[in-house]
Design a protein around this ligand. Structure first.
Ligand code: B3K
Ligand code: ZN
Length: 847
């Protein structure tokens, strides 16, 4: 399909484009299979560039005509673009191309979703719309004319004029092509307004398909909250007259920050109490904030090249996490982020897909929108924030916006801002951007004559991209507790810069108990034989207290798996104490029940020299939960009852925390009552959080069939709710049934495999079901491989992303390894495999 031997692009090879663009005018004559795009682009030679080759990217375009300064020209065409002889003075390029949105199933460029036209251009989709230097360092002012069908016609910037079936838009802010957007279709608008702190009145609209109007108000409020927060916390105001969001059913990821016209996966914006869970609401709020915050960190200041992706993504994830922490509970957000990091990013760092936060080479950039670039990228900024402090961070950000507004920047620019504003030398810190892998920090302690000493030794395993790792700057937030549980020393941030380093604390009456890595101050793995039970009972830092419970659980599980021991009573008693402690936030208490992930346990076992057995891990995890349920049997009904919410549903932190705890307790209770309470909850639920939580437990109790059928009958017209129906059945299946359940669901009439949400709900749920995916007979591997092979020619981006399910293959026994290798081999040998999937499979197999 695409190039037989894909090309590798290197950061070190960057050169600026030979031309600048003063302005761009685009006209779209929309038709499903034959859209005409006419471009008029004013180029001028770039004095900064020595190479003046006039190369415009272009893929899957039919060139109708090309002109320079009004004269027809005949460019040289290749599958990747065109070259042409051009004048050495400013000139106007005009081209007309024809494209086929209806045939565009890859959902990149201009495509149709339920007969609505929409675009996705990041990273390199604009080249499927017209010939253009499709690189982020080429920025220009766009004017767009849309001649289209009836209905709403949208593009970036401000509306200029419109009439019957046409509209014109002008975006005054220079932008790279990846931020271009166009939407056209029968949409309804949910409108509101916001006045910025600079006095600009902004018309806000959330455009949805008819029928979805009642799912807009939460998203709109989240947008206004984000606009206000960015003004209050970062001093950043919005800069156009309108801000539009559109919900689209077919979308490869969560959402896209196109200037003034954010396009969202419907699942990331539409919400109502009856159809969305508390977790959906929180995710929607965070994604709306994230995309909005990109207006400054990504759009006004963009990336010089795609290697710098973390410049906008790491920073924007950090900003959205600060926002959620402010809107909801900061400790709960922090713990949730760490769970997510360990679940998604650590496996990347530990396996064949390991790459630095700023990669140095790629074949397909879409394969690098990873947890490493996003979430570890955000952790790196969090560390910078911790090291310099809140005030210096704010001053550095002010300087960043002042110095680089309107520019396409690099990580060097970003770090120089911090060096200039704080006077710090960040050359060692910069290794966080260039070294792949999760550092391990081993802790030893000693105590003599009132002096307590903590010694840290950091290590980083060599990997393909980081063969010779060097020590990094690791901020370690530490507190000391006295043996009676009181705090002997409040939190201090220690800066570890050497391979091994000691810190002393004098004047200690007794040997203290250290609380290390408070707030998860660095994305590292800590090796420390701590007194977890003591910390679980007494730590004043919410993260390390949670971590103590998590460590106890992990140790208990590993002991059960490797030595067959019973669940550790220290964990059971400690957690029972926490669960019933009414002084603690219910959301926090519910997180205490979140056991280490099964894949994470497999990694831990592998590292310790064991061959992880997914079934044994599954059994141990369930055994630990059952033991807690049995130990707390008498307390569970009252605990459940005490956390019922009265009054109208609100997706706020307080109510959702209560529901999260009640739901976790219901799972424990279901083991005791066989699902009776879950049935009552299902029958009386008036919101999706309760309904879905009850359904999960009914399935677990082996009595879910009737409820599943009722659920389907109730929600068959609601695609987002039906995604939950598909995903849940796979997610809670017994390991032996998971692949069969997924397979049966792929035969369901509502399994629309070309829709990324439905595909992910079903096959993604299988990949996430550790014991189910790794079923001994290889049925999980085979089913996923079958579907990835089928999806690849239709949607390479989503296919490639889901290949990462296989990244951990070397951890498992030889039988599983050979079954996975067979599945990978089958994918790799598929004729015309996309560049995206080829790169992923090659990396996974080779390392
Ligand atoms: N910037 C987009 C992601 C684009 C992904 C392209 N494969 C959404 C975001 O991070 O905000
Ligand atoms: Zn982003």
């Amino acid at each position: 399909m695409r190039d037989a031997s894909p090309q590798t692009i290197f950061l070190a090879d960057y050169t600026p484009f030979g031309f600048q663009i003063e302005k761009v005018h685009l006209t779209f004559d929309l038709a499903p299979s034959a859209t005409r795009v006419t471009s008029r682009i004013r180029f001028a030679p770039n004095p900064e560039a020595s190479d003046k080759t006039f190369f415009l990217h272009g893929e899957n375009l039919s060139l109708i005509s090309a002109k320079i300064d009004g004269q027809a020209v005949t460019p040289t065409l290749t599958p990747e673009g065109l070259t042409c002889d051009v004048p050495s003075i400013p000139f106007t390029w005009e081209a007309e191309v024809q494209i086929d949105p209806a045939a565009n199933t890859a959902l990149e460029g201009l495509y149709l979703s339920n007969s609505m036209y929409c675009t996705q251009c990041e990273a390199e989709g604009f080249r499927k719309i017209t010939y253009y230097p499709d690189r982020p360092d080429v920025m220009s002012v766009f004017t767009v004319r849309i001649n289209g069908p009836h209905g709403t016609l949208l593009s970036n910037g401000n509306p200029v004029a419109s009439g019957d079936c046409w509209a014109e838009w002008h975006d005054p802010w220079p932008k790279p092509a990846y931020l271009f957007a166009l939407v056209a279709g029968e949409l309804v608008a949910h409108r509101d307004a916001f006045t910025t702190n600079e006095g600009r009145s902004v018309d806000l609209a959330l455009y949805v398909r008819p029928g979805d109007e009642n799912k807009c108000s939460f998203g709109m409020q989240a947008l206004k909250d984000s606009m206000k927060w960015d003004e209050d916390v970062y001093g950043r105001a919005y800069d156009l007259d309108v801000f539009n969001i559109v919900a689209v059913d077919d979308f490869n990821m969560g959402a896209m920050e196109n200037k003034g016209l954010n396009i969202f996966n419907a699942s990331a914006v539409l919400a109502s109490p009856a159809t969305s869970t508390d977790m959906n609401f929180e995710r929607i709020e965070a994604i709306i904030a994230h995309e909005y915050f990109h207006n400054w960190t990504g759009n006004r200041i963009t990336c010089r090249d795609w290697f710098q992706l973390c410049l906008k993504e790491g920073l924007t994830v950090f900003r959205d996490s600060q926002f959620t922490a402010d809107m909801r509970s900061a400790p709960v957000k922090r713990i949730s982020d760490v769970i997510d990091l360990r679940g998604r990013q650590f496996p990347e760092d530990q396996g064949p897909l390991a790459h630095p936060v700023r990669p140095e080479s790629f074949q397909e950039i879409n394969n690098f929108y990873t947890a490493t670039v996003y979430e570890k990228g955000a952790e790196v900024i969090r560390m910078l924030h911790t090291l310099v402090g809140t005030k210096a961070y704010a001053a550095a950000l002010d300087l960043y916006f002042e110095r680089h507004d309107g520019q396409a920047c690099t990580i060097e620019d970003w770090l120089t801002v911090f060096e200039d504003s704080t006077g710090r030398d960040l050359s060692q810190f910069k290794r966080w951007y260039s070294q792949a892998g999760t550092p391990r920090v081993a802790v030893t302690e000693s105590f003599a004559d009132g002096t307590y000493t903590l010694t840290f030794a950091q290590s980083l395993a060599p990997s393909a991209t980081t063969p010779d790792p060097q020590p990094q700057v690791i901020p370690i937030a530490v507190g000391l507790l006295a043996p009676d549980g009181s705090e002997a020393m409040g939190t201090q941030v220690l800066e570890l810069t050497q391979a091994s380093q000691s810190f002393t604390f004098s004047g200690m009456a007794e040997k203290p108990v250290p609380s290390i890595l408070r707030g998860f101050s660095a994305p590292v793995v800590l090796d420390h034989m701590a007194d977890h039970a003591f910390l679980l009972a007494h730590d004043t830092d919410p993260f390390t207290r949670w971590e103590a419970g998590n460590n106890l659980a992990r140790a208990s599980l590993i002991a059960t798996i490797t030595r067959g021991t019973d669940p550790d009573p220290a964990w059971i008693n400690g957690i029972a104490g926490i669960l019933t402690d009414a002084n603690l936030d219910p959301a926090y208490r519910s997180l205490m029940l979140d056991l280490p992930g099964q894949s994470e346990l497999a990694a831990e076992l592998h590292r310790a020299g064991h061959t992880p057995d997914p079934d044994a891990i599954w059994t141990a995890v369930h055994g630990l939960k059952y033991a807690l349920s049995d130990a707390m049997a008498d307390a569970l009904p009252a605990l459940y009852a005490a956390h019922q919410v009265s009054g109208p549903y609100a997706p706020n932190a307080e109510q959702s925390g209560k529901r999260a705890l009640a739901s976790a307790v219901l799972t424990l209770l279901t083991r005791q009552d066989g699902g009776d309470q879950a049935q009552v909850q299902y029958d009386t639920a008036d919101n999706m959080t309760l309904q879905l939580g009850a359904l999960a437990n009914l399935i677990r109790a082996g009595r879910g069939d009737a409820a599943l059928a009722r659920f389907e009958a109730q929600w068959k017209e609601d695609r987002l709710v039906m995604d939950k129906w598909f995903g849940l059945q796979v997610g809670v299946a017994e390991p032996d049934d998971a692949a069969d359940t997924a397979k049966a669901l792929t035969q369901h009439a509502a399994f629309n495999w070309k829709n990324p949400n439905r595909f992910r709900a079903t096959l993604g749920a299988l990949a996430a079901h550790h014991a189910g995916f790794h079923a001994k007979d290889g049925s999980g591997y085979a089913l996923l491989a079958d579907w990835l092979i089928k999806l690849d020619p239709v949607n390479p981006q989503t296919t490639a992303r889901m290949c990462s399910a296989f990244q951990t293959w070397r951890r498992y026994d030889t039988i599983r390894q050979s079954l996975i290798q067979k599945a990978l081999e089958r994918i790799a040998s598929t004729p015309d495999l996309s560049r995206d999937t080829t790169e992923m499979i090659t990396r996974i197999r080779e390392a």
